[in-house]
Design a protein around this ligand. Structure first.
Ligand code: URA
Length: 190
């Protein structure tokens, strides 16, 4: 099975997960991008626009994410973009721990298929889902490479949080600008 086929299989299982849906017949947002991506971006949960289209980060936060990708010479299609939660929670509320526990295995499977060199957390929820309580907040460790169990992670602020906060917006752009260097460190190209 190719990576593309394996990812399509996971997307099918997400679409079939009735317990994951908040309303009947809800659109799944499994995630999308390059099956061979070296970098994955993990957000929290789909919002209204994502729920409508079935695609991650297509609203205002997604526009800013694309702008940041472009700022380091990347397009959406070069990376893989996904969320921990695959369906829009009611009223965009934060996902509950039991919902994360139910849905996280889908994302873990996507990661196992893609085998990215770097996983960028977009916001504290995705950071918490992978790193647990490490005694540090995202404001303390954003932009710093973290290794856990042989996987490299980069915590970043969530682009939605930065939309109306000029300082945070610049911080996110600055953190993004470090990604090419980090990639060179992780996977030097000769
Ligand atoms: N915010 C997220 O965390 N994920 C999306 O897909 C869109 C907005």
């Amino acid at each position: 099975m190719t990576k593309e086929e394996a990812l399509a299989e996971v997307a099918k299982r997400i679409a079939a997960c009735e317990r994951c849906k908040y309303v009947p017949n809800q659109n799944p947002v499994p995630g999308e991008g390059n099956p061979d991506a070296e970098i994955m971006f993990i957000g929290e949960a789909p919002g209204a626009k994502e729920n409508e289209t079935g695609r991650p980060f297509v609203g205002a936060a997604g526009k800013f994410l694309e702008e940041m990708l472009n700022s380091i010479g990347l397009e959406r299609e070069d990376v893989f973009i996904a969320n921990i939660i695959k369906y829009q929670p009611p009223g965009n509320r934060d996902p509950e721990p039991d919902e994360i526990a139910l849905q996280l295995p889908f994302l873990k499977k996507q990661i196992a298929i893609i085998q990215p060199k770097l996983i960028c957390f977009l916001g504290r929820h995705s950071m918490g889902a992978f790193l647990g309580d490490i005694g540090k907040t995202i404001s303390q460790i954003h932009g710093q490479l973290i290794e856990k169990d042989g996987q490299q992670y980069l915590p970043l602020y969530h682009p939605a949080a930065a939309l109306y906060n000029g300082g945070m917006r610049q911080t996110l752009l600055d953190d993004f600008s470090k990604i090419p260097e980090y990639m060179d460190e992780i996977a030097p190209s000769d």
